[in-house]
Design a protein around this ligand. Structure first.
Ligand code: FES
Ligand SMILES: [Fe+2]
Length: 344
């Protein structure tokens, strides 16, 4: 049987969609982290996420719930739930007789068209702040839209695999066809964020490519993993490209994935990025994730991996960092199960 890093969904900020998925006045169901949720954008523009099931008789507010102001009315008997999750109205009962009922309210953060929700597996407040921006370069780009985004649904993987990629220099040659084994120039942990930078030559295999029209360029890939399920990388060479991948757990062993590619409209020689080259960047970035997925879909997690000397320090740092997102007891029970399995 395949092993996973944990039988528990790791805590963290996770992407549940793009802002445009949540128009004003519409309530929608979300099913993540083993929970059923309702997301709705109130008339003020605020996006609210609550537990889905009405406390009266259990109707799902995401199926037919009616947005009123910044509240949502249940489709079954019209009980109204405010943006803080409190029951504010029972249409056929006086306010004095109302029980004090409340739905759990989830933390939501929207930035650069990306919608994030915080999940905690142990009730602790968020371990790290959500990002203040996703688009890191100055200057214009295209907004997240159908041509710059991609969705993969119900993939049987752990979000930790994406985070491990950032510290795994050797796989760039075998999975992503980098000319040489890239070296990690820098990596560091800042609380819930793991940062790394790889220096490499782009287009080294040809005189010119669509990405390097003036010949090979030395550049870098900067990555930040904000918790285990949200990672962006910035490629800076002839072009400037930010690629965000959100890996959101449905359960401990299944996820939805969403990518967004922001390509700078200005190229480094001052010319304007064409839509054709932009689309090539989007396709290339998504193809890299597909290549990773071919491995991740069938990977059986090795808890105490026998690292080669060159990968030991970065991978150890990454795995130690990753542990903070799981409850301590869950980790040790999985480790024990893995050891038992190995001796059978
Ligand atoms: S179940 Fe929601 S109002 Fe009755
Ligand atoms: Fe990868």
């Amino acid at each position: 049987m395949r092993a996973f890093p944990s039988i528990v969904v790791p805590s963290g900020w996770y992407m549940v969609g793009w802002s445009s998925d949540f128009p004003i006045g519409t309530a929608k169901p979300l099913a993540y982290f083993g929970e059923d949720l309702v997301a709705y954008r109130g008339e003020s523009g605020r996006l609210i996420v609550l537990d889905a099931y009405c406390r009266h008789m259990g109707a799902h507010l995401g199926y037919g719930g009616c947005v009123r102001g910044d509240s949502v009315a249940c489709p079954y008997h019209g009980w109204v739930w405010g943006p803080d999750g409190r029951n504010t109205e029972i249409p056929y009962s006086s306010p004095d007789n109302m029980p004090r009922l409340k739905l759990k309210k989830w933390s939501v953060h929207e930035v650069d068209d990306i919608v994030l929700v915080y999940y905690s597996n142990d009730g602790r407040p968020p371990l790290y702040e959500p990002p203040e921006r996703m688009i890191r370069f100055d200057g214009e780009t295209w907004p997240a839209c159908e041509t710059t985004t991609k969705v993969w649904l119900n993939e049987k993987i752990s979000p930790q695999y994406m985070a491990e990629n950032a510290a795994d220099a050797a796989h760039f040659k075998y999975i992503h066809r980098a000319a040489d084994i890239a070296s990690i120039a820098e990596s560091k942990v800042e609380g819930g964020v793991f940062k790394a930078r790889l220096d490499l030559t782009f287009g080294g295999h040809a005189e010119k490519t669509w990405a390097t029209p003036t010949g090979p360029v030395s550049g870098s890939i900067t990555t930040e993993n904000l918790g285990l399920g949200l990672g962006w990388s910035r490629l800076q060479a002839f072009d400037d490209v930010i690629y965000l991948l959100g890996i959101t757990p449905i359960s401990p062993d299944a996820v939805d994935m969403r990518s967004t590619t922001w390509v700078a409209r200005k190229r480094s020689d001052g010319s304007t990025m064409s839509e054709k080259v932009r689309d090539l960047w989007v396709a290339q970035q998504n193809a890299q994730v597909d290549a990773d997925l071919n491995v991740w879909r069938h990977l059986s997690y090795v808890e105490n991996a026998p690292w080669a000397q060159s990968e030991t320090s970065t991978m150890r740092v990454l795995r130690r960092w990753a542990k903070q997102f799981y409850p301590a007891e869950a980790n040790s029970s999985v480790a024990a199960a893995a050891t038992e399995g190995a001796s059978e």
